[in-house]
Design a binder for this molecule. Sequence first.
Ligand SMILES: [Zn+2]
Length: 272
Amino acid sequence: MHYVILRDDDTNALTPVECLEQLYRPFLDRGLPVNLAAIPKVRTDTTITDGTLEKYLFARQADTPPALSMASNRRLVSYLHGNPGFHLAQHGYEHSLFEFDSDRRIEIQNRLERGADALTAAGFREPRTFVAPYDRFSRISLSEAAKRFRVISAGWFELRRLPFSGWPQYALKRMLQPSHWRVGRTILLTHPGCLLSYKRPYAAMLESVKKCVESQRLTVLVTHWWEYFRDDRPDTAMLGILHATAAWLAGNPRVQVISFDELTRGHVALIS
Ligand SMILES: [Zn+2]
């Protein structure tokens, strides 16, 4: 059996409900869980390295406050509660640039705690999975996240640069495939880059997803909702690829789509 975890990053208080509905209805209707890495209290002025505003903030207005917690968007929160196929992971705290690529331990601890609080304040259960903004960790932020979360999902190269050998308090155990590990009670999962992205060639996208899923026991498929709604209109070609992916995942008897939480419940044997 091949397992797939679908991870969509950057849902925040400014995410229009219609975007998630258009993207994920075919998944929800087929009973395929969708893991949203949600920003607990998004800063609404975050720019990327070229100085432009983060694309997940495209619904920002002139009078939008500088930070917005998930609870401030009641329509979004009630939509997510009404569709139990969505599972929330904690995506940083405010998603400022490289916010967890820091060695300031107290600040990291505060961000982790305030982020979890902001999600529970919106009525969601305490998050058990953590995704760092930009997939960027420091050694300290990764060890602090490992103390609090049951699953950490990250990019392969980011984890590889971290000195695990400097963690004497933990036993690092490799799982069935070399890109996933267990540290104490926490499962570390890497992903093969964002296969579902407008930056990839459209004609080969679905095929590369299939190949990747069929080549390993567990694949974390990462995408970003806002990539499908660039330039104020839906990218229908890319939506079509995502929905074809849903159909393929649901129709393949050798593939099972699971949530991050299902891993922690021990439903999937991944530890060698
Ligand atoms: Zn992000």
